[in-house]
Design a protein around this ligand. Structure first.
Ligand code: PLP
Length: 402
């Protein structure tokens, strides 16, 4: 770095971030990348040598380490080894990939599905394959970064509406030339706020204005709907989403992403998505684990029910203590702290008292709305949740948030 000029912008960017990291470390406020040393059944973890209650997990149904899923992964390794023979369309397709795609299509009550190597890459390449220059892509302001990146990559006109504001979505749709091709993309459950998109109204508006609808179900599968099938089941709507996108890295304890939908759409995506064509397929163990996980969800419906009651318990307790938890109705529970510093102080207080939660600060969320982004899972015992609420409440009083 020293060989670059002082005004070199790359060197400046590197220095700015490194300085921020150093300051955070010096203040004891650096919580980035803490290794989870041991996963103790999902509800507890060991971090920095200390055992804590886990309130920062995406494994909403507590499926990480599930014996059936581990066994499926082991069998796949024994049968196929750890890698594939390249990208899907050449020699990278194994029977386990086809099985996984059939399982997803059945789980999502639709004709077909296609998988990718991550959820991020799914959004990126699917949006870029569907729309291009001269088309319009319309997003909720709080959509996930991978959706935003896909919209930018596509080259389509990018419009955003106020968060979950259906009048503003209609305004956006009205402003687009009626003959233009339109794609509306929304999160089912918003990843920083935990609230649910008004899907019935979004569907109506998309039909009225002749727009395609893509919904990201990263935090919806396993979480919403009586059997965990997601947002359409939650609203009792049937097959109303054109492009049902999801990840295999949250409720499904693996890695990868997918789109489920009509057969012709899926055929098109297999031939048009650059990440499908130019990037290797999922390793066999991960594909087999994901495949088994969808089956476990259907075989163990108590997990979905337990998650729902745990989330209700946690949200109610925090609200009664006086915290602002925004509009969450799901397992993602924002605990608003205000300035970044307060979120860091809350995090430290919680860790010291055995609760593992993590802060989210700007630019990931708006300035002044820094928060703990707490989550509950089906693996938690209601008694532990009640205790966690007490600890967070005591921390909130010490930090002066409530
Ligand atoms: C996590 C997440 C993704 C990305 O999924 P990965 O499989 O982790 O790449 C996409 N969308 C949303 C809403 C997410 O929360």
């Amino acid at each position: 770095m020293d060989s670059h000029a002082a005004n070199d912008r790359i060197a400046q960017r590197i220095r700015a971030i490194c300085q921020r990291v150093e300051e955070g470390r010096a203040a004891g406020f650096y919580f980035y990348n803490q290794p989870i040393e041991e996963l103790m059944g999902g509800a507890r973890v060991r971090v920095n040598g200390r055992e804590m209650g886990m309130y920062a997990s995406y494994s909403y149904l507590g499926l990480v380490g599930h014996p059936r899923i581990n066994e499926a992964a082991r069998r796949a390794i024994e049968r196929y080894g750890t890698g594939t023979h390249g990208v899907r369309f050449l020699a990278g397709t194994l029977p386990v990939h086809c099985e996984l795609e059939e399982t997803i299509a059945a789980f999502k009550n639709t004709e077909a599905a296609v998988t990718f190597s991550s959820g991020y890459v799914t959004n990126l390449s699917v949006i870029a394959a569907l729309v291009g220059r001269g088309d319009y892509v319309i997003c909720d302001k709080l959509n996930h970064a991978s959706i935003v990146d896909g919209c930018l990559l596509s080259g389509a006109e990018f419009r955003r509406f106020r968060h979950n504001d259906m009048n503003d979505l209609e305004r956006c749709l009205r402003q687009v030339p009626p003959e233009a091709t339109k794609l509306v993309v929304v999160d089912a459950v918003f990843s920083m706020d935990g609230d649910i998109i008004d899907l019935p109204r979004v569907v109506e508006l998309c039909r009225q204005y002749n727009a395609w609808l893509m919904v990201d179900e990263a935090h919806s599968v396993g979480v919403l709907g009586k059997t965990g099938r997601g947002i359409e089941e939650h609203f009792g709507l049937g097959d109303v989403i054109d492009i049902k996108m999801g990840t295999l890295s949250k409720t499904i304890p693996s890695v990868g992403g997918y789109v489920a939908g009509k057969r012709e759409l899926i055929t098109y995506l297999r031939h048009a998505c650059r990440s499908y064509i130019f990037s290797a397929s999922l390793p066999p163990a991960q594909a087999a684990a994901a495949n088994e996980a969808f089956k476990v969800i259907l075989d163990e419906p108590w997990r979905v029910e337990q998650l729902r009651s745990n989330a209700e318990l946690f949200i109610r307790g925090l609200k009664e203590a006086g915290f602002n938890t925004l509009m969450t109705e799901t397992a993602i529970v924002p605990i608003i702290c205000g300035a970044d510093e307060r979120a860091f102080m809350m995090t430290r207080e919680c860790h010291e008292n055995g609760i593992f939660v993590l802060p989210v600060i700007s630019p990931a969320v708006p300035e002044g709305l820094a928060r703990l982004r707490a989550t509950v899972t089906a693996a938690h015992d209601p008694k532990d949740i009640a205790r966690a609420v007490e600890i967070i409440t005591e921390a909130g009083r010490r930090v002066g948030i409530i």
